[in-house]
Structure formats: structure tokens, C-alpha cells
Write a protein that binds this ligand. Structure first.
Ligand SMILES: Cc1cc2nc3c(=O)[nH]c(=O)nc-3n(C[C@H](O)[C@H](O)[C@H](O)COP(=O)(O)OP(=O)(O)OC[C@H]3O[C@@H](n4cnc5c(N)ncnc54)[C@H](O)[C@@H]3O)c2cc1C
Length: 474
């Protein structure tokens, strides 16, 4: 029998359309390994170890993957530690002929790979394959070879290389029986006390859960272009946590939508998938995108305001749309995209708090936490990224909330305002005392007064921006 082939899973926890598994299975019996590596990201690259919400997801995703592998007759090996040490160790333990892995762009991926290659030497190759993105990010370049830093020209160019290859099913596999494995429970990925994960029951982590979510989205996909901006509706796919953990390939999402919808109806959704690739592109160009502004020197005189930060985190700012979003995030590990933009703008502009504190909170709370997408989202809203909205574009929470029909969304997540009518729920402090009292709302008691006045917060942010520019030019 030929020597075993070691497949090393990263955030690509699936069996279907996984090029590393296909290549390994074609070469010999496979051993399938996941390494929980909190060490490499916590080293010289800043502390971007997996956040609490995603650890919950990982636990359930690995449970599902192990079950799926068992159904094929195999076993998932689980190990914890620096992947740069563990992968060569397991490769030697089982006498592997090669290691197979998908290409990822987080800065720690390259550090892990360099350590593995240095350890294994030339005799035991580390083979990398595409499949985590629509297109390998480094393959979308301008004629002169320079990378793109703005989405629209990047997207135009990327389309020359799209669609991605059609997805392939999981291959027939023979399994190598050896290899030691940790017990998943010993990793303590789930919250203990208090257990904040009660609202996470809306999710079904794993490959089957991802496929079911995509199937459910098909019912509403034709209306995506309009509905995606309306937080009160379930108009988006909610595939992000599945995609972040790689439980479904981006190519299969692309082809499913492109097959069922006419081209013009599919385009808005396919373009959003493009944003995911673009975030990876930005992370390759700016490996420190999560920690440093894409526009060098874009540092405002941030306020050190722990009480305001805490009010934002807890969903007690007095702005219903912001509070609804922050509570949805805490309860379910996910927040609607439009509300992410409003909440991020509120923190960085109205409260003038460093975007990195918000980014960290999202990282810890999001089940779809993705280093590149999170950094790009924050920098886009903030105006500090190479691809950004201008700083002076400050989302007006009340206007946005009314414009995008968020009343039902607010009622769902801020139940103390449920008695307010559709027009006054966005700004309860502007409603008449009579109306508030009929709705059972006592400002400052049952629901907070706004922690900052919109016009004053806006003016303070613009002044801080002007001061930064003046200092730059001076
Ligand atoms: C401040 C901020 C932080 C964010 N942090 C993250 C994050 O950590 N992880 C993450 O996946 N997305 C992040 N996003 C992008 C976006 O909010 C989510 O991808 C989207 O809300 C996920 O919901 P969905 O799956 O229903 O999206 P859909 O609208 O159904 O889109 C389909 C898929 O396209 C991709 N996508 C859509 N919009 C974007 C975008 N703007 N950037 C990158 N990919 C996109 C996602 O993979 C998504 O699942 C952030 C946005 C902002 C403004």
C-alpha cells in the first residue's frame, strides 16, 4: 500500500470541493488533521486568536466534520498547538508522503507554512491548492503587475477570470488508520458559565448546515438586491459563518446562484461574493490591515471613553438601530450588514472611539469573524482604508433606521421599545411624552437617553478629522 497523504484542514472544514482532499485521495490513503492553533496568531503577528463566538462555531463544525468523515469510514485527527510544529510531527508519526493544504491569506498562514517547510525539508512536500476564494488573490493584478486597492476596477478585472471552476463532490477515499487525536471536549471551546450561546441555536454549523442554508436562501435570492438593505427582513444568505469556516466552497455558492437566477438578478449577490475575495486581496497587500490604517497616519485624537464603549457593546446607546444591532450580535453572533455599517460609524464617529476597539469586539462576538473582511469593513466605514467611504460620510442612525424600515428589527431586539409605532421607534426621545407613556417607555429608566447628540457628535468627529488633516499638512 502507498504511503499516507496528510490533509491539513484550516478554515476549510468540508469534504466536498476541497482540492487538497482530492489530490491526497488520488495519491494514496488519507489522514485528515485539524490543528487548533492559538499560538501562531498570538505570536509576533498580534493577538488574533479565534474569538469566543467562533470557538463555539468551531466546536460544532468539527463535531459535524468528524461525523461526516466517520460516515466515509475515516477519522478526524485533532491536535492543538503551533501548526508549524504539529503538522510535521503528525506527518512523521504516520509516515506521510506529502502534506496537502488549501491556500489561505491570513498573515499567520504564511508563518505556519514556512515553519512546516523548514522542518520537513525537500523530501516531504507541502502542497498548496486554491479553493478558499473565487480566484487566488495574487492572480488579479493590473497590466503592470500592481495590485488593486479599489474594489470597482478590481471587480472588472476579476470578472475576466470568473466564473470559478465548477465544484467537485467529495472523492472516494481510503483512510490511513493511524495517528493520535485529542478529545475535542478537552479544548473547552464552548462557553461555560455564564453560557451566552442560547441564541446561537439558529445556526447549524457544518457542511450539511451550510448546504441547507444555501438551499433556503434560494427561496428569496431573486429579491436580494432590494431586501439585503432591510434589516427587518431575512433577505440575505446568512452564509457568512459557513463561508468563514469554509464549510461550503465559495465556488459552489457562486455556481448555485448563477445557475438558478438570470444573470442580471444574480449579479448583486455574486458581486458581494466578490467583496469577500477583495478583502483577502487587501489582506495580502496590507498584512497588518487589522491593526493599522490603510492610509498611513490616519489616526484621529481618539477619546478614551470606557463607559461609552461599554454602552455601545451592551446595546445601550439610546439609538435604537445601533442598540438593536449590538444586541443581535451578542445574542446570535451575527449582525445585518447595514446595521454593522451604522453601528461601526456610530462608534468611530459619534463616539470618536478607535475603530480597532470595535473591530476587536466584533472579532470576539461574530460567528463569521474573518480577519480580512472585518478589517476592511471597519476601515471602509471609518474612512481610513485604501478602499473607503470618505470620512465625512457619517451615517445618521435615525435617518438610516427609518429609510431602511428597521421598526420590526428594533422591536425584535429592543423589546422595551416594542410599543412604539413605526415612525417614532427610530428616535423615542423625539416622540411626545404621551406617546412614550402609552408605549410604556420612560427614557433614562426603561430605555436610555441618547449618550451623544447626533449633531454634536457629528461636529466633534468632523473637527477631529480636520485637526488630523491640519497636523498632517503642518
Ligand atoms: C464593520 C464591518 C465588519 C464586518 N466584519 C465581517 C467579518 O468579520 N466577516 C465577514 O464575513 N463579513 C464581515 N463584514 C461584511 C458583511 O457585513 C457580512 O459578510 C455579511 O453581513 C454577512 O451576511 P450574509 O452572509 O447574509 O451576507 P450576504 O449579503 O448574503 O452576502 C453573501 C456573502 O458575501 C460575502 N460578503 C458580503 N458582503 C461582504 C463584505 N462587505 N465584505 C466581505 N465579504 C462580504 C460574505 O461571505 C457573505 O456571506 C463586515 C462588515 C462591516 C461593515
Amino acid at each position: 500500500m502507498s504511503a499516507p497523504q496528510l490533509v491539513w484542514f484550516r478554515n476549510d472544514l468540508r469534504l466536498a470541493d476541497h482540492a487538497a482532499i482530492r489530490a491526497a485521495a488520488a495519491a494514496g490513503p488519507v489522514a485528515l488533521l485539524y490543528v487548533f492553533d492559538e499560538v501562531t496568531p498570538g505570536g509576533s503577528l498580534g493577538s488574533w486568536a479565534m474569538g469566543a463566538a467562533q470557538r463555539w462555531w468551531l466546536h460544532h463544525s468539527l463535531t459535524a466534520l468528524a461525523r461526516d468523515i466517520a460516515a466515509h469510514g475515516g477519522r478526524l485527527l485533532l491536535r492543538r498547538g503551533a501548526a508549524g510544529v504539529i503538522v510535521p510531527q503528525v506527518a512523521r508519526e504516520i509516515g506521510a508522503a506529502a502534506v496537502h493544504v488549501l491556500h489561505h491569506v491570513e498573515p499567520w498562514a504564511a508563518v505556519q507554512e514556512a515553519a512546516i517547510k523548514a522542518d520537513l525539508g525537500a523530501d516531504l512536500p507541502l502542497n498548496r491548492y486554491d479553493g478558499a476564494f473565487l480566484i487566488r488573490p495574487s492572480q488579479v493584478r493590473q497590466d503592470n503587475g500592481a495590485p488593486y486597492k479599489v474594489f470597482t476596477p478590481w471587480w472588472r478585472r476579476a470578472q475576466r477570470q470568473l466564473p470559478p471552476p465548477p465544484p467537485r463532490p467529495a472523492p472516494m477515499m481510503q483512510f490511513h488508520a493511524g495517528g493520535k487525536s485529542d478529545d475535542l471536549d478537552s479544548w473547552n471551546l464552548l462557553p461555560r458559565t455564564p453560557d451566552w450561546s442560547g441564541g446561537f441555536g439558529i445556526w447549524t454549523p457544518g457542511e450539511a448546515g451550510a448546504a441547507a442554508r444555501l438551499k433556503a436562501f434560494l427561496d428569496v435570492a431573486a429579491g436580494y438586491d432590494v431586501a439585503r438593505n432591510l434589516p427587518s427582513q431575512e433577505g440575505t444568505s446568512r452564509l457568512s459563518p459557513h463561508l468563514a469556516m469554509g464549510e461550503i466552497s465559495i465556488a459552489s455558492v457562486w455556481h448555485t446562484i448563477a445557475d438558478v437566477l438570470p444573470a442580471a438578478a444574480a449579479e448583486p449577490f455574486l458581486r458581494e461574493l466578490g467583496w469577500r475575495d477583495f478583502a483577502a486581496n487587501m489582506l495580502e497587500i496590507f498584512p497588518d490591515h487589522a491593526d493599522a490604517p490603510g492610509r498611513p497616519g490616519f489616526e484621529l485624537a481618539w477619546r478614551d471613553a470606557p463607559a461609552d464603549l461599554s454602552a455601545w457593546q451592551r446595546g445601550e446607546t439610546g439609538y435604537p438601530i445601533v442598540d438593536a444591532g449590538m444586541r443581535q450580535l451578542w445574542a446570535t453572533g451575527w449582525m445585518h450588514n447595514r446595521v454593522r455599517m451604522i453601528a461601526a460609524s456610530f462608534l468611530t464617529k459619534h463616539l470618536l472611539i478607535d475603530w480597532r476597539l470595535g473591530e476587536r469586539w466584533f472579532w470576539d462576538c461574530l460567528v463569521d469573524a474573518d480577519l480580512g473582511a472585518n478589517a476592511m469593513g471597519w476601515q471602509w466605514v471609518m474612512g481610513s482604508g485604501a478602499e473607503s467611504a470618505p470620512f465625512y460620510r457619517i451615517f445618521a442612525p435615525v435617518t438610516q433606521s427609518a429609510k431602511f424600515g428597521a421598526a420590526a428589527y428594533i422591536r425584535r431586539w429592543v423589546p422595551e421599545l416594542a410599543g412604539m409605532d413605526d415612525s417614532s421607534i427610530h428616535a423615542p426621545w423625539e416622540a411626545s411624552p404621551l406617546l412614550r407613556s402609552a408605549a410604556g417607555v420612560r427614557l433614562g429608566s426603561t430605555y436610555p437617553l441618547p449618550i451623544v447628540d447626533h449633531a454634536a457628535g457629528r461636529a466633534r468627529a468632523l473637527a477631529a478629522h480636520a485637526a488630523m488633516k491640519a497636523a498632517d499638512e503642518g
